[in-house]
Ligand binder design. Structure first.
Ligand SMILES: Cc1cc2nc3c(=O)[nH]c(=O)nc-3n(C[C@H](O)[C@H](O)[C@H](O)COP(=O)(O)OP(=O)(O)OC[C@H]3O[C@@H](n4cnc5c(N)ncnc54)[C@H](O)[C@@H]3O)c2cc1C
Length: 382
């Protein structure tokens, strides 16, 4: 395994970093506060041609390897976690699912649109079906003339719920022989368009974080979905849903890594600007230790995420055996995110905890200059 980035990976990292700093950073905090989806930013992003990285060239995509995908997610999350979530769901849970399980007609119709500037979503969860996805309640029934399914129910927690045009959505076909026999019996994967009859977007969640990524419920009221929009066939949806989640795990880890990297960089910057007792707080040993610890852990997480992405490619392309430790590697980066963001944003000072400092360099909210601490009456360090 080659540890260093390829020339192409470095070029893509630079390109995405430039986009994130120039296009996402200036609007990031404002969008987050107002819960505004980054739709203009998405259109600008599509000009880079990276919205189709899980789509074959023949449908207008520009596929990249799994490590490169992790690098893109990491760079987006470093500046704007909301945008990286939007991207992950579009390329991973939606486009990739259609790439892997769609028939030729479905790929030609939907992948070419997703490789353009339409946005994808993935809708599995419901109020009573999160971790326990098989207990979903949304129902599908074939119409009398056999041309379409009629879907009823309510989905929840759908990332890009309001912004998306194309949804991979799961419901149970009540006429399937396994419906009611097995817990997930009858689960079917559908491609649903935002404009279909009986489809509407419900409540938008007022989240604590990644607020610029819209998370909504979806209402299915006799929603008509053509039979041609079933992925594989009726009753084969549950493995499709689980496979999509498996595929997306490295993306989640790469997001955590990018957020931790961003937290570390903003902490480092602040620690060199903010002075107490006559010197930047970075030069106080306790803070220096935190910074060194953060940098080490972030780098360890990076190696694990990239190795997990590399191992995934080895498994799918060369039939390498799955390794039980691999799913654990991405979860380490979630631990790093927790550690990095607590230390970076919250432990150092109130200014960081109140979002006044970030990589966006948006100082509009900074009411107190990092250097403007009152001089101590008596230095306890001297
Ligand atoms: C910001 C955001 C975006 C999302 N985007 C999407 C999306 O795009 N599409 C989509 O379909 N869903 C989406 N979800 C939903 C997400 O997948 C679910 O929240 C997740 O599956 C967990 O379900 P739950 O919240 O109902 O928790 P529950 O299933 O109720 O679980 C509650 C807690 O119990 C634990 N738990 C449950 N069962 C067990 C067990 N057997 N053993 C031990 N512990 C257990 C869980 O780990 C969890 O900590 C999103 C959620 C969020 C917050």
């Amino acid at each position: 395994m080659e540890i260093s980035e390829t020339e192409e990976q470095s070029m893509i990292r630079e390109m995405v970093r430039g986009f994130a700093e120039e296009v996402l950073a200036p609007t990031c905090l404002q969008r987050d506060k107002g819960q505004e989806a980054p739709l203009d930013e998405w259109r600008a992003f599509c000009e880079l041609g990276l919205q189709g990285i899980t789509i074959a060239e023949q449908y207008g995509g520009s596929p990249v390897d799994d490590v490169t995908e992790a690098i893109i997610v990491e760079e987006l999350a470093r500046v704007d976690p909301s945008f990286s979530v939007m991207f992950c769901v579009h390329v991973g849970l939606c486009s990739k699912t259609i790439s892997l399980h769609g028939n030729e007609e479905q790929k030609r119709e939907y992948l070419s649109r997703l490789a353009g500037n339409e946005i994808g979503a993935y809708s599995l969860s419901e109020a009573g079906a999160g971790t326990d996805a098989a207990s979903m309640n949304c129902r599908a029934q074939l119409s009398d003339d056999g041309t379409h399914y009629i879907l009823n129910g309510e989905k929840m927690w759908v990332t890009n719920g309001e912004s998306a045009n194309i949804y991979v959505l799961f419901a149970k076909d009540i006429d399937h022989p396994e419906y009611g026999q097995k817990k997930h019996g009858g689960t079917t994967a559908f491609i649903v368009e935002g404009g279909f009859d009986g489809f509407s977007v419900g409540k938008k969640e007022d989240k604590l974080g990644i607020r610029s990524s819209d998370t909504c419920s979806l209402l299915l009221e006799n929603c008509k979905v053509p039979v041609a929009n079933v992925l594989k066939e009726s009753g084969r949806g549950f493995p499709i849903a689980m496979n999509a989640l498996d595929n997306s795990r490295i993306g989640i880890a790469a997001q955590a890594l990018g957020i931790a990297q961003g937290a570390f960089e903003s902490a480092l910057k602040y620690a060199h600007e903010r002075e107490t007792f006559g010197k930047p707080i970075a030069h106080h040993q306790g803070i220096g230790n935190y910074l060194a610890d953060m940098a080490t852990r972030v780098e360890a997480a990076r190696l694990m995420v990239y190795k997990a992405a590399w191992a995934k490619r080895q498994h799918y392309e060369h039939g390498a055996p799955r390794h039980t430790r691999r799913p654990a590697w991405p979860s380490y980066s979630l631990e790093i995110l927790r550690c990095g963001s607590q230390r970076g944003r919250f432990k150092f000072s109130g200014a960081m905890a109140t979002r006044r400092i970030s990589l966006s360099n948006d100082s509009s909210e900074t009411q107190r200059s990092p250097r403007s601490t009152r001089a101590p009456k008596r230095s306890r360090e001297s």
